[in-house]
Ligand binder design. Structure first.
Ligand SMILES: NC(=O)c1ccc[n+]([C@@H]2O[C@H](COP(=O)([O-])OP(=O)(O)OC[C@H]3O[C@@H](n4cnc5c(N)ncnc54)[C@H](OP(=O)(O)O)[C@@H]3O)[C@@H](O)[C@H]2O)c1
Length: 309
């Protein structure tokens, strides 16, 4: 637990501080007040004694809990439903109960995978969820645990998360683009690639409103604007990387679009992951850049890393 930088009681507890999104949040939320960061080493959310362990934490002056922790191994969750449920639902509920007991708020993240993807247009918050896989089901249970336990909650469903630093789809694409001269990418699933930079910036705005006493509580969809396929996302990153002069074996036009869903993976994925963001744009006055903006920033980051190497 690293709160000593601030030398004051924590205003915000950030759980999952070591994950893709957690690292980005840890870098920026400190401007709102003292932070306490929890990683798996501080509290294991799959532990049997979780509720007792969490409720025993002192945290005087706590105003908000931000839960970026999750069991995100979508395929592995099919064979580990109990662990996935403990982290995604039970721990989320325990953090919400902690927030409620201290008169604090909770900001929690969820996923497009709560939907089955059968709708033809973007999903709105009121659309009935129907998860296709264990991960999506346990995340839905987490949403319900949070909204059931905490009267002051903001739940943010997002999609196709990537970051400058962690293991994520565009990083895998970049590695493959250096190793291979052909690549086959799924073009059946549609969604909005959303960067942790965007999620952290939006969370900062939301938390500021919470701390200033003018929040809008509830469930919201939060993604970049526009939509694409995995093929479109991969092509954009490779094209930008090539434009920046990064050494690649793969040319963007050599990425082929697979038009038949891959049914070999343990977990089924929704074909349509597009989420309407009208509600959060209106409630919090957010402008959400198109997905290409952060995809290009990802490639720009690769260029900087290559220059430093
Ligand atoms: N990644 C996506 O494409 C995606 C898409 C839609 C929604 N989301 C949601 O966005 C949020 C952030 O996801 P992310 O991409 O940042 O995930 P991530 O990189 O996998 O980070 C999740 C964090 O949770 C921690 N965690 C997992 N099991 C734990 C346990 N038993 N005890 C304590 N901590 C544990 C992990 O710790 P370790 O590092 O020690 O494993 C990791 O730091 C999650 O709510 C996720 O469901 C993600």
């Amino acid at each position: 637990m690293r709160q000593n930088f601030f030398r004051r009681n924590p205003v915000i507890l950030l759980a999952g501080a070591g994950g893709q999104l957690g690292r980005e949040l840890a870098a920026c939320l400190g401007v709102l007040g003292p932070l306490t960061l929890w990683t798996r080493q501080d509290v294991d959310f799959s532990g049997e004694d979780l509720e007792r362990e969490i409720s025993a934490r002192k945290l005087p002056g706590l105003k908000a809990v931000v839960n970026a922790a999750a069991y995100t191994a979508v395929d592995k969750a099919e064979s580990e439903p109990d662990v996935a449920r403990r982290v995604n639902a039970r721990a989320a509920g325990a953090l919400a109960a902690l927030a409620e007991s201290r008169g604090a708020a909770i900001v929690h993240y969820s996923t497009d995978y709560v939907f089955d993807g059968a709708k033809s247009g973007p999903y709105v918050e009121e659309d009935p969820p129907a998860p296709l896989n264990v991960y999506g089901l346990t995340k839905l249970e987490g949403e319900r645990a949070v909204s059931g336990a905490a009267s002051r909650h903001v739940i943010l469903r997002t999609s196709w998360v990537f970051s400058q630093t962690g293991a994520c789809f565009p990083r895998t694409v970049y590695r493959l683009a250096r190793e291979r001269d052909t690549l086959d990418m799924d073009a059946t699933q549609r969604g909005a690639p959303t960067s942790t930079e965007l999620l952290a910036a939006a969370t900062l705005v939301i938390l500021r409103r919470i701390l200033q006493g003018s929040p809008v509580w509830g469930l919201f969809h939060l993604t970049a604007s526009g939509e694409t396929t995995w093929h479109g996302f991969a092509s954009r990153v490779v094209a930008r990387a090539a434009e920046l002069g990064l050494e690649l074996r793969l040319r963007p036009e050599a990425i082929t679009a697979r038009t038949v869903p891959d049914l070999s993976r343990p977990a089924k994925r929704p074909l349509n992951s597009a989420l309407s963001t009208a509600k959060i744009r209106e409630a919090y006055g957010l402008t959400l850049p198109c997905w290409q903006y952060h995809a290009d920033r990802f490639a720009d980051g690769l260029r900087r890393q290559a220059d430093l190497a």
